[in-house]
Design a binder for this molecule. Structure first.
Ligand code: BT5
Length: 319
């Protein structure tokens, strides 16, 4: 009944009379009054005016099953979604669950991540209840060599999800950063367990700075959040759902050839590095060039400059 009352309040721009709610849901005035009380306790701001009824003024930023599921239109991604109050890292949690038999499509979302991870042992700042810390478990049929491209598919999904919920111009910094107004709002960490020719499971971890108001000093210059850029809080549940709605569509295109040939154009449209000078931190020696796009395997194509050694070179892991 709570979900249905909420739905009635959401659908109505003005007031909904208590009598109308009773009639539509065939419940008593006392029952309605009780549910309104519960919703208020959860953080919904509901105005009650005599002779007019109830009006929903503010929806709290809750990441609950109801808030996510009512917006998720996927066939498999996010089914089921497991909500945790806290964990070390949603990627670690997802790996443990995959090993214990969790199915393809299981999504892990945590309010609080105590040891959020970036790439190469770096840490990921994950303050509680303001960010989106989540990981999708996948058990795909394609060979292990293709798995790193899931990071690029996920990046497209985040850019799309963020744009559709907030209208912010989210772009991709190859391979795993999503950037708004020059600052990082999201990082992606894809990890795999595989045999030489067979994937046991892949976990795709996504961290999105949704509603935090400040950052630790070491990342303050380069990190931002959706709410800081937008000037108001965003619904984390809506962002979560829209990311996976987009992911599933892009993933279907990826599966057509188990590569990025059908997504390349769209990816490049969101690629912020395109036409920009990049510095490649190759262990064999740094070099510079201008990023031109990606190839079908998700490698960044760089036109080398200044070495006398001109031409396009493909780089496959990103620093
Ligand atoms: C990443 O690594 O960008 C991948 C981050 C993936 C995080 C998600 S959260 C859910 C899932 N569970 C996990 O444990 N991880 C995934 P990398 O490209 O290595 O960037 C890491 C660097 O970004 C750090 O060294 C900092 O400089 C910076 N950084 C750390 N926290 C940040 C934040 N919240 N926002 C922006 N930048 C951050």
């Amino acid at each position: 009944m709570k979900a249905r009352i909420l739905q009635l309040l959401r659908e109505q721009e003005g007031y909904v009379s208590g009598q109308d709610i009773c009639r539509k849901l065939s419940v008593s005035r006392t029952a309605v009054w009780k549910v309104i009380g519960q919703l208020k306790e959860e953080g919904y701001v509901i105005e009650a005016v005599q002779n007019k009824g109830y009006r929903l003024l503010e929806v709290p930023d809750l990441v609950t099953e109801g808030e996510v599921a009512s917006r998720l239109h996927t066939g498999w991604a996010g089914h089921p979604t497991v909500f945790l109050e806290r964990t070390d890292s949603t990627n670690n949690e997802a790996k443990r669950m995959a090993e214990a038999g969790a199915s393809h499509g299981t999504l892990v979302v945590a309010e609080n991540q105590e040891a959020g991870k970036g790439r190469r042992g770096r840490s990921w700042s994950s303050p509680e209840k303001s960010g989106i810390w989540m990981t999708l478990i996948m058990k795909p049929e394609f060979p292990p060599s293709q798995a790193s491209m899931l990071t690029l598919v996920a990046a497209m999904a985040v850019a799309e999800g963020v744009r559709s919920v907030t209208g912010l111009e989210a772009g991709i910094k190859w391979p795993n950063d999503i950037v708004v107004n020059g600052k990082k709002i999201c990082g992606i960490l894809t990890e795999m367990s595989a045999e030489p020719d067979y994937i046991n499971h892949v976990v795709v971890g996504i961290g999105i700075n949704a509603n935090m108001e400040e950052f630790p000093p070491d990342i303050r210059e380069k990190a931002t959040s959706l709410s800081l850029e937008l000037g108001e809080k965003v619904s984390r549940a809506a962002v979560i759902a829209e990311v996976w709605n987009a992911f599933e569509l892009y993933y279907d295109k990826f599966l057509e050839n188990a590569d990025l040939s059908s997504l390349r154009e769209k990816y490049e449209a969101h690629l912020l590095n395109r036409g920009k000078e990049v510095c490649v931190l190759d262990p064999k020696g740094e070099w510079r060039g201008v990023a031109r796009g990606i190839d079908r395997n998700g490698r960044l194509l760089i036109e080398q400059t200044g070495s006398g050694d001109e031409g396009l070179r493909a780089v496959d892991s990103g620093e």
